[in-house]
Ligand binder design. Structure first.
Ligand SMILES: *Cc1c(COP(=O)(O)O)cnc(C)c1O
Length: 378
């Protein structure tokens, strides 16, 4: 989908009803079926107007056709659904745990084989592109925010028919557009930054190749992975404000990351915008913004990290991310994530005033008995 407007203008103006007397926003239409003879037939196959508007707006952000799903995992499953039996799949060593589990289950059934590659192993990814049917990247990664060299990887030669998918959830279409770099599919959990209010589940795939888009739509239809009317409405409503939310959140995130990096009790802060981040240079060259996610490590102190989560008041102790409200959790406490550093806290920075977030972290760290004064870890 070509667009001639700047991103922030597009987000607000695209995909609205056009006829005189129409409402400014597509209404929520709780319909499964439509009267015969019109364009719409059955919602699982043909969708509903609000859902098409969401696809139009998000697809336009990344220069492709978007296909909306009932969740990010439903979108991921639709990609795996395209694989021939016996396919070779390359996944990052650090990857959204739901996608890891989806891949593991298929492998256990003998549907495909899975190889793990380190996010920063560019040579490994280039090799996998030549031999694997599905190469899956996530950048920046969850939760360590490692950035893959998409510039080098996405445009490289690949096996005929092979797919390169980039999970773009953390970057959002504002900070990174994988299709422009040469990826086949960009994936979003619309549950996160696109929806932006922690009030819906949604997923989106974006692709340019018409046959691929058709296959993804067909997979959604036969697997019933269709988004609801209410969720589509909320996701589009959320997307309208994505630029202001993200711009504010990532300014705050950099300030908080710098503040955290100076605390004596914080062992290590992982934020792509910090020079100390292992893939900072790649992030600076490749991303239009460093995003709103921060991970920081209270050394091996899992108990203290749990107290910090318990004591925050402005920040909500909750999983998930990308909402207007800041959320934080200890990732190793999440089932399937036990391999992560035990004291690693993942913070999704929202749109509150950053000084309130800083003060909240400060009091919670102090309440956990940690040394909040400036250290030399920066
Ligand atoms: C949340 C998330 C998903 C899965 O999306 P759901 O909407 O929860 O199904 C996939 N990838 C990343 C990076 C995520 O954060």
């Amino acid at each position: 989908m070509k667009r001639n407007l700047k991103t922030d203008t597009w987000l607000v103006t695209a995909g609205r009803p056009e006829d005189a007397g129409d409402p400014l926003n597509w209404p929520i239409i709780p319909a499964s079926n439509f009267l015969a003879g019109g364009g719409q037939v059955y919602a699982r196959d043909g969708g509903i107007p609000g859902w098409e508007a969401l696809e139009f707006v998000v697809g336009g952000l990344e220069g492709g056709e978007a296909v909306a799903f009932s969740s990010g995992m439903a979108a991921a499953a639709a990609v795996f659904d395209l694989l021939p039996v016996g396919a070779r799949v390359a996944l990052p060593d650090e990857c959204y745990h739901g996608v890891s589990e989806l891949a593991r289950r298929g492998e256990a059934k003998g549907a495909w084989s899975v190889e793990r590659i380190a996010v920063e192993n560019t040579a490994g990814w280039l090799e996998a592109l030549r031999t694997h049917e599905l190469v899956w990247l996530e950048s920046p990664s969850n939760p360590l925010l490692t950035v893959a060299d998409l510039g080098a990887i996405a445009g490289a030669d690949r096996k005929p028919g092979g797919l390169l998918v980039v999970d773009n959830t953390f970057a959002t279409p504002l900070n990174q557009r994988p299709l422009e770099l040469g990826a086949d599919i960009s994936l979003h959990s619309a549950t996160k930054f696109i929806g932006g209010h922690s009030d819906l589940l949604g997923g989106i795939l974006i692709a340019t190749e018409p046959l691929l888009v058709e296959k993804l739509r067909a997979s959604r239809s036969v697997n019933g992975a269709t988004p609801g009317s209410l969720e589509s409405y909320l996701a589009l409503r959320g997307a309208r404000t994505l630029s202001v939310r993200l711009e504010k959140a990532q300014v705050s995130a950099l300030k908080l990351a710098n503040w955290l990096a100076k605390r004596a009790c914080v062992d290590r802060v992982r934020y792509p915008g910090l020079v100390s981040h292992p893939t900072h240079r790649l992030a600076a060259a490749q991303l239009d913004g460093f995003g709103a996610m921060i991970s920081f490590d209270l050394a091996a102190r899992a108990e203290a990290a749990d107290v910090v989560c318990d004591k925050v008041r402005v920040i909500r102790h909750a999983t998930s991310l990308g909402g207007v409200e800041s959320t934080m959790e200890r990732r190793a406490a999440v089932p399937g994530q036990e391999h992560l550093p035990p004291g690693l806290l993942r913070l999704s920075v929202g749109i509150e005033n950053w000084t309130d977030l800083r003060d909240d972290l400060s009091q919670a760290l102090a309440a956990a008995g940690l040394e909040v004064d400036e250290g030399d870890s920066a």
